[in-house]
Design a protein around this ligand. Sequence first.
Ligand SMILES: [Mg+2]
Ligand SMILES: [Zn+2]
Length: 180
Amino acid sequence: MAKKVIFLDRDGTLNIDHGYVNEAKQWQWIDGAIDACKRLQDAGYALAIVTNQSGIAQGMYTVEQMHKLHQYMNAEFEARGVHIAMIAYCPHARNQTDCDCRKPKIGMANQIEAKIGDIDYANSWIVGDKEADLLFGKTAGTHAALIRSKYWEEGKLSAQPDLIVDSLKQATDSILSSRA
Ligand SMILES: [Mg+2]
Ligand SMILES: [Zn+2]
């Protein structure tokens, strides 16, 4: 059976977006993020992270440094009983022509589907804090919850999110109550 997936943006959704976060000492969980992931998992969603990491292409940090940070993140998730099915990342620069994975493109969704099997996009969600997250969801055919942030303004979006929220926790409350 096709899986329902919560596609999770990373910076600004799971952790505070300090800009090009690339080591554990810069990692600060957003309040309630891990608990929200647990509730979504318990409700039957697979969890997958989709993160643009152009800092790699810019030489600000290496893929290995990113993986090390993700090991740290994953250990914290696992300690709380949360399993992340896949962490997909785009290491490319903003305008790199040989990239099909930088959000709003949906290459990372295809990578995740190749790993975990068929995805029930119509019953899946993206949760993120940028318009690129919203558009990723629109193209992939998921619902989209857009977190309020400095990166976008209401009225200037090129697509309509299903939810506008302050946090992953709030998105989770709505996602889970709408299907109760
Ligand atoms: Mg973000
Ligand atoms: Zn890419």
